[in-house]
Design a protein around this ligand. Structure first.
Ligand code: FES
Length: 277
């Protein structure tokens, strides 16, 4: 009698496993189809005139606070391995409506070029447009070690496996980027396979003799910014990255006072610049 029951249970288990496998395969296929469909649709919707640069080269743009004052490196709050929160600091570059995330990490030397160093801190700017399917700040944001997003916990991240300096995490589908690696920041491909899964493009930062910060160019090793991905021949690389990144948008405004283009750093404090608090 016991033997009969065990046999029946084992048949039930087998049946359950088969159904589960079929379900997972079906779900994976559906998600894959959706993603591929999304990519194809994006390609289809991209107008032929999309690839017309609005400038010959990357603008040099001064970073200003919301009152129009230049920002110095010393004003940017730094995150450590102990930080449990970090303000969103975002600015548009190289064109309008192209958000980037500004971060300052204490105690780690992020590989350059285009990274600012002050004392033991590194200051870095990475695109705030997720390279997977284009979700932007604040869905994509930097989460220091003590601030694991709920969505990342759902896929298994805990205090013990969230990196010391945290990650840029995209809440749309879970793509992850490690800011301590600079331009080569893709942490893993995220749960959603996509030909567009690359590191977040890096904006070059520099300072003048007053210590004012400028965005001036983008790392040519990076892929193009998400949303600038398609030409008739497909995704571009190398020297074409610059013209592609400058295509199909609007230039930043020029500021005669500083003799440079300007871009406003928006912070999550929604008031005074965080360094003044
Ligand atoms: S858009 Fe960011 S993970 Fe999909």
């Amino acid at each position: 009698m016991m033997g009969e029951t065990s046999k029946k249970e084992s048949q039930d288990d087998e049946e359950y496993d088969k159904t589960r496998r079929t379900f997972i395969k079906g779900a994976t296929f559906s998600i894959g189809s959706l993603l591929l469909g999304g990519v194809s649709l994006e390609r289809f919707l991209t107008p032929a005139s999309r690839n017309t640069p609005v400038a010959n080269s990357y603008p040099k743009a001064i970073l200003l606070d919301s009152a129009g004052n230049p920002i110095k490196a010393s004003q940017i709050p730094s995150a450590t391995t102990q930080s449990s929160s970090y303000p969103i600091m975002s600015f548009n570059y190289p064109l309008q409506n192209e958000p980037n995330i500004l971060m300052r990490l204490h105690g780690v030397k992020i590989p350059g070029p285009g990274v600012l160093y002050e004392g033991r801190d590194s200051i870095l700017a990475l695109s705030g447009i997720c390279q997977h399917l284009g979700c932007t700040v604040p869905l994509l944001d930097y989460h220091p070690h003590g601030s694991i997003p709920f969505e990342a916990k759902l896929i298994g991240y805990t205090d013990s496996n969230w990196p010391d300096y945290g990650l840029l995490y995209c809440k749309c589908h879970g793509s992850q980027y490690d800011p301590t690696k600079g331009a080569k920041n893709l942490y893993n491909s995220g749960p959603a396979p996509s030909p567009a899964n690359h590191s977040l493009p890096q904006v070059y930062l520099e300072t003048d003799s007053n210590g004012y910060i400028y965005a001036n160019g983008m790392n040519p090793e990076s892929a193009v910014i998400r949303g600038h991905l398609w030409q008739p021949a497909g995704e571009v690389k190398g020297s074409l990255v610059e013209s592609e990144n400058l295509s199909g948008g609007t230039e930043l405004p020029f500021d005669n006072t500083f003799g440079a283009y300007k871009t406003i750093v928006v912070s999550s404090s929604n008031g005074p610049w965080p360094g003044d608090l």
